[in-house]
Design a binder for this molecule. Structure first.
Ligand code: 2HG
Ligand code: ZN
Length: 460
């Protein structure tokens, strides 16, 4: 390690694991966006909070930018290190520190995978209800830094709702112990909530206390074939009225075709424009009867044309795979991705407008819509037509983004529902946040991180 700044870091922290191995630089310098070429200075793997603090203090003195790094499953470039930053990987800080049965909290280090948190909760006959397909790879610190959402937000809310306490190292290296697991704490600004969703721009999450809850009683999973978006809204209203929903997700025929090409089993004989996967509580015969009555009403009204209810855990998992397998089934195509939200009631008109604009300008694009429609959160993946070269596709996708931003503005939506701003959405922040809001955000950043070393260039 010839870089004198790194030599100084090693002198200060002889026990710190530090890597400049080209494979590590490549691996830890990128996230799932794959759009930027990784070029970090080095990767640090602190083992405890004191090492994180020492690294941040060194970085201030040495004017080295820091990119906090979790599972790097993000899709907005928030964890990309492309400009000689020090990546601070929390991989080694991945332990469960404690469980409190009275508070029903689990205290963990930030590098623990979401799936390991869910498993630990189950071992105590409780649940940590935030859930999404990247559960095996993403880390809880990254979930907190991005306020991760996912497939059960409709019932349980985002990560924010489950953070009882946070230890954070600020951009100056100070350690904050925020909220300390209190249910009620009316003592001024809740700095915990400022850190949640700040995308690593204010500090590094070094410990989290998470609330757990009772698992739902037995649930059922249903797949519905829906002829039109207006009908889908009716199905949603009916489902919300009659069922205790755990999830209400949708995808289109295009999405299903990619998943089935990757081994997913389409249970229907014909193709339908839209599909809904919904999961709801069904603990007894009365609830199961109500679910059937819901289905029959939807069919009688013409809102649903076919459906399947899973009769085993394996079938439920197979139906879920049709939705959760979409991202993976598209990955080889390197799709242009977008994650947006509008009010639930505005979804049909918004999609209609976008569909018209897209087919008018780019009739050859394979446009795949899916997402958390019960939250008004839509994912749009556009695949490159084989005949189009990469450069032209990128330019056309920029035009798609411009159309999307304009359409979202007209429908009162947001350019990022759950994937964050990072690098990808930064040029469009001004379309959802006023100049006054952005000025306040910049002011907050300057107080937490006066030398601007925490994830610079992201979000703001
Ligand atoms: C999902 O809901 C994820 O499956 C990924 O947010 C979305 O791949 C995407 O565009
Ligand atoms: Zn999603």
């Amino acid at each position: 390690m010839t870089d004198t700044r790194l030599s100084e870091l090693i002198r200060l922290l002889p026990g710190l694991r530090l890597s400049t191995d080209p494979g590590d630089l490549e691996h830890y310098g990128r996230d799932w966006t794959r759009r930027w070429t990784p070029a970090p200075l080095a990767i640090a793997f602190p083992a405890d909070i004191a090492q994180v603090q020492a690294i941040v203090r060194w970085a201030n003195g040495a004017s080295v930018a820091i990119v906090p790094s979790g599972g790097r499953t993000g899709l907005s470039g928030g964890a990309v290190a492309a400009h000689g930053e020090l990546v601070v990987s929390l991989d080694r800080m991945n332990r469960i520190l404690g469980f409190d049965p009275i508070d029903r909290t689990l205290t963990v280090q930030p590098g623990i995978a979401l799936e390991a948190v869910q498993k630990a909760a189950r071992e105590h006959r409780l649940t940590y209800p935030v859930d999404f397909a990247a559960r095996g790879s993403c880390q809880i610190g990254g979930n907190i830094a991005t306020n991760a959402g996912g497939i059960r937000v409709i019932r349980y809310g985002n990560t924010r709702q489950w953070v009882a306490g946070l230890k954070v190292v600020t951009g100056q290296g100070d350690l904050l112990d925020l909220n300390r697991g209190l249910v009620k704490n009316a003592s001024g600004y809740d700095l915990r909530h400022l850190v949640i969703g700040s995308e690593g721009t204010l500090g590094i999450v070094v410990e989290a206390t998470l609330w757990l809850t009772s698992p739902p009683p037995e649930t059922q999973v249903m797949l519905l074939a829906v002829p039109a978006m207006d009908a889908l809204m009716k199905v949603f209203a009916e489902a919300r009225h009659r069922l205790r929903l755990e999830a209400f997700e949708f995808f289109t025929d295009r999405a299903l075709s990619h998943v089935t090409a990757h081994g997913g089993q389409d249970p229907f004989d014909t193709v339908h424009p839209y599909y809904v996967v919904t999961e709801f509580e069904a603990p007894d015969e009365a609830a199961k009867g109500e679910a059937l009555a819901f289905f029959e009403r939807c069919v009688a009204e013409g809102w649903v044309v076919d459906g399947v209810i899973a009769s085993s855990d394996a079938q439920a998992a197979a139906l879920w795979r049709l939705r959760e397998g979409i991202t993976e089934s598209l990955a080889t195509h390197k799709p242009y991705k977008n994650d947006v939200s509008v009010r639930i009631s505005a979804v049909p008109a918004f999609m209609d407008d976008m569909h018209r604009l897209l087919t008018a300008s780019y009739p050859d694009f394979d446009v795949v819509w899916f997402g958390h429609i019960g939250d008004g959160n839509l994912h749009i993946n556009v695949l490159k037509p084989a005949a189009l070269d990469n450069e032209a596709f990128v330019a056309q996708c920029e035009h798609v983004t411009a159309m999307l931003v304009d359409t979202l503005r007209r429908h009162g939506g947001s350019i990022s529902a759950e994937h964050g701003i990072g690098l990808v959405k930064k040029p469009w922040l001004g379309s959802v946040r006023s100049p006054e809001e952005i000025a306040l955000m910049r002011g907050i950043k300057a107080v937490w991180d006066p030398n601007g070393i925490m994830n610079p260039g992201k979000l703001l």
